[in-house]
Design a protein around this ligand. Structure first.
Ligand code: DC
Length: 268
């Protein structure tokens, strides 16, 4: 059984929460104003966790489904990247854990949805356009291994998921961030397929900057290694996740496969 809340009711409860350091202004910005929010009998929102290695297409599928289902898409990688922008601006060496941890006290992360797009703020400054550089990717990959960095973002991720129906993507969503998510999917694909997708994307965007396919594959393998071998919250499928190998699948096929998991969900 579902209970439908009017948007006004949900809006009032969200805006009443003055503890949020990351104002949820999507309602004010008005991207999904007309939709109703669905809550289960237990007054918990539906959480869909999509995990997997870099370049597997998590965000493409999560964004597509979020828009089709009227859910909020939460890109947790962007949160690690926002911290990475801050560390990079300070000129901190990613390996200098002590200085990275000390810097965490001085950074306030903000997340806002403007016209349906997730924007990230570092101390009030919109850094969304700076999240995808190679320097930031590399900084995020190293610093996301530190427990203090992960701890800073964990509460924010859980709080967002407690207030909305969300599709959240990352590396540890099904295992650590939202262990009670009603739907868990782990997307995977061979390293070569993922690197080729990334190469094609960068080429199409004119952002290859001289990088070869081999460069991209090597970088990705390094990140895969760090993601899967770190002590805290390593990348791995949750025991109750559906693993989908997308190597030979089209975007449509992956979308349908994830929807199938959602349709099988008894708690949804
Ligand atoms: O998904 P992405 O490439 O934007 O993620 C950036 C980095 O953050 C990546 O190196 C892995 C890390 N990350 C993580 O450790 N846990 C998450 N839930 C999301 C991302």
């Amino acid at each position: 059984m579902y209970k439908l809340l009017t948007n006004g009711q949900a809006c009032a409860s969200l805006l009443a929460d003055t503890q949020l350091i990351y104002p949820i202004v999507r309602f004010i910005a008005g991207s999904h104003n007309e939709r109703n929010l669905i809550m289960t009998d237990k007054h918990t929102f539906i959480n869909i966790a999509i995990d997997g290695p870099s370049g597997v297409g998590k965000s493409t599928i999560a964004k597509l489904l979020a828009s089709e289902l009227g859910y909020v898409y939460i890109d947790t990688g962007a949160m690690f990247r926002t911290l990475a922008v801050y560390f990079t601006d300070l000129g901190i060496d990613a390996a200098d854990r002590e200085t990275i941890v000390a810097a965490l006290d001085n950074i306030e992360i903000g997340i806002r949805y403007i016209d349906g797009v997730q924007h990230m703020f570092a101390n009030g400054q919109d850094v969304t356009d700076r999240l995808r550089t190679e320097a930031v990717s590399s900084m995020a990959s190293v610093t996301s291994q530190y427990g203090e960095v992960r701890g800073k973002l964990l509460e924010m991720q859980r709080e967002l998921a407690a207030k909305e129906n969300v599709i959240m993507d990352g590396r540890d969503i099904g295992t650590v961030v939202l262990p009670d998510a009603q739907v868990k999917v782990f997307l995977t694909a061979s390293a070569k397929v993922r690197a080729k997708r990334r190469y094609d994307q960068l080429q199409a965007a004119g952002k290859l900057e001289g990088a070869t396919f081999e460069d991209i594959l090597r970088d990705q393998e390094e990140r895969d290694y760090r993601d899967t071998h770190r002590e805290i919250a390593p990348l791995k499928p949750a025991d109750d996740a559906r693993v989908i190998d997308t190597s030979d699948m089209t975007k449509e096929e992956v979308r349908n496969a994830v929807l199938e998991v959602l349709h099988e969900c008894k708690a949804c």
